[in-house]
Design a protein around this ligand. Structure first.
Ligand code: GLU
Length: 287
């Protein structure tokens, strides 16, 4: 089977050197493997994503020398597929409507021993995990803000031990066969009242729908892979090979952000940088 790689930017800002590294490495690995290359636009957040950014991103990727199959998949055009997959998880009794606000969660997390997820956010307290379904339906009917969350303990128990094949490395050097630890994330969000999907749900549905066999992405998403592998097992979907790569940092060692104008590809291009310059700046060997 021909390998399938994808690059999946969110159009909520301009690409910077960190994205350039990710995209170029991804495309290099794809070519080396004789694979097909896809670009996916991860635009589930209408408040932050803009068509102008998407156009600029595609222009930058073409300038970098990437070539991808058409049409580009846009997540905002597939909300009904994500809802259908969420419904399957609901049928397994693995989803509940959660009503605690950010302030409620922060209040619980004032306890210094409160568990936190790998990104440092407090785990969901789960006070409404066993709320009477009639009461939950009443709250939803009157428009109460809510999120649909995974019953993590039940989901992880149902899935059993999980692992994935890592050809890059995690933050602590994890590589090879890596044991997944989805419980570290607690009851993750699958959808919200105003957004019918979440990052985890849409990534996992799309990777399967597009037949992706190789995921190349930044090490900041290494731990999220545990959630993706769990959902793949529950839904009977294949698990791709993952390659998490180092993050490009600025002179002071901080991860680059979309707001750092001086490392944006657009400004580097305007200043006359060539693709060879970009490759050298991010530590990739010449093409
Ligand atoms: N859309 C994510 C980002 O821009 C990447 C998701 C992924 O590669 O799984 O950071």
């Amino acid at each position: 089977m021909q390998p399938v790689f994808r690059f999946a930017p969110s159009p909520n800002g301009e690409l910077h050197l960190g994205h350039a590294y990710s995209a170029l490495l991804d495309f290099d690995l794809c070519r080396r493997a004789g694979g097909r290359f896809l670009v996916r636009i991860e635009d589930i957040d209408p408040a932050r994503c803009r068509p102008e950014y998407e156009a600029q991103i595609l222009d930058d990727l073409a300038w970098l020398g990437l070539a991808w199959e058409q049409p580009v998949r846009r997540q905002s055009e597939h909300f009904s597929e994500y809802a259908a997959v969420r419904a399957r998880l609901e049928d397994m009794d693995l989803v509940y409507p959660a009503f605690l606000s950010r302030a409620d969660i922060a209040a619980a997390a004032r306890d210094p021993d409160w568990p936190r997820d790998p990104d440092g956010a407090p785990l969901y307290p789960g006070a409404d995990r066993d709320l009477d379904p009639a009461e939950a339906a009443r709250r939803i009917a009157v428009g109460a803000p809510h999120a649909f969350r995974l019953r993590m303990d039940a989901a992880a128990a149902r899935a059993g031990p999980l692992a994935w094949s890592e050809s890059g490395a995690g933050p602590a050097g994890e590589t090879g066969t890596v044991a997944a630890d989805p419980r570290a994330w607690g009851d993750v969000v699958l959808a919200r009242k105003e957004t019918p999907t979440s990052y985890h749900l849409s990534v996992l549905v799309d990777d399967a729908a597009q037949g992706v066999t190789h995921v190349v992405r930044g090490r900041d998403l290494f731990h999220a892979t545990s959630v993706h592998v769990l959902l793949q097992r529950l839904l009977g979907l294949p698990t791709p090979t993952y390659h998490h790569h180092r993050l490009v940092t600025d002179a002071s060692g901080r991860k680059l952000a979309k707001s750092d104008r001086d490392t944006s590809l657009r400004s580097l291009r305007a200043a006359g940088a060539t693709v060879a310059d970009i490759r050298a700046m991010v530590g990739l060997e010449a093409d």
